[in-house]
Design a protein around this ligand. Structure first.
Ligand SMILES: *Cc1c(COP(=O)(O)O)cnc(C)c1O
Length: 233
């Protein structure tokens, strides 16, 4: 049984996040509908995810495949519900991800894209993806170097069963949301420079800095903690 009090809290949080997204979009002269909320569900129980769905969330982002599969099963079908894969993706897990997730946010190599293409062809689908960019050039982080993105996108265009829709990034950690702004801006400029190739989606912004990301052009924000509370594990 879902604890009705925590369900109330999640509903309240979802409404607050949606309102903040709306306010940030309006501040930046953007249409609020141009920004989609992705609820990041790692470590979150199916009951809590259902509370978020009841409050209007329609996109769920999972970053751990082994956790996602039983959760997808437990949540079941809901009108308009989409799952996105937002975490680091290993080549050997591609087969389980392709077709099950509407959008893969974390493609960071040609090798990975080629494997997605192969599995998508087997499944008879075109898999939508974002390219993950290491926007802060951090040694510890995955993602393509900003300077390598144009060439990677051009190469992936030749793969018939992969469709690149845009870019994703996680800026260097900071306790100040404003510190992320230059990185968000840089990602947007990179996407704009590649617009002839159809890169319109910008997946950027998490609990701490999603409002800044929306001001800087995010079309998708990935929010976990601000909806579900702090993670334990
Ligand atoms: C966990 C996660 C998020 C959400 O992070 P919060 O700070 O809890 O909002 C966003 N994106 C990715 C890739 C994640 O793994």
């Amino acid at each position: 049984m879902a604890d009705s009090r925590s369900s109330d809290v999640i509903g309240h949080n979802v409404r607050a996040v949606l309102d903040n997204i709306r306010q940030a979009a309006l501040r930046a002269g953007r249409r609020p509908e141009a920004v989609r909320l992705i609820a990041a569900t790692k470590t979150v129980s199916p009951d809590s995810v259902l509370s978020a769905i009841a409050a209007g969330v329609r996109i769920l982002g999972e970053s751990r495949l082994q956790e996602a599969l039983p959760k997808i099963e437990a949540i079941g079908a809901h009108e308009g519900l989409e799952w996105h894969f937002i975490g680091r993706l290993q080549r050997r897990k591609v087969k389980s991800v392709v077709g099950r997730f509407r959008l893969i946010h974390s493609v960071d190599s040609l090798d990975l894209a080629a494997e997605i293409d192969r599995r998508a062809a087997e499944a008879g689908i075109v898999q939508a993806v974002l390219m993950e960019v290491n926007i802060g050039d951090e040694a510890s982080k995955g993602g393509l170097a900003p300077a390598a993105v144009a060439e990677a996108v051009a190469a992936i265009k030749d793969l018939p069963n992969v469709s690149v829709r845009g870019l994703m990034a996680v800026p260097p950690p900071s306790t100040d949301p404003e510190a992320a702004r230059p990185y968000f801006r840089r990602l947007r400029e990179l996407a704009l420079s590649l617009l002839p190739q159809g890169l319109q989606e910008l997946s950027m912004g998490m609990s701490q800095d999603y409002a800044v990301a929306v001001e800087e052009g995010a079309t998708m924000v990935r929010v976990g903690t601000a909806i579900f509370g702090a993670r334990h594990g």
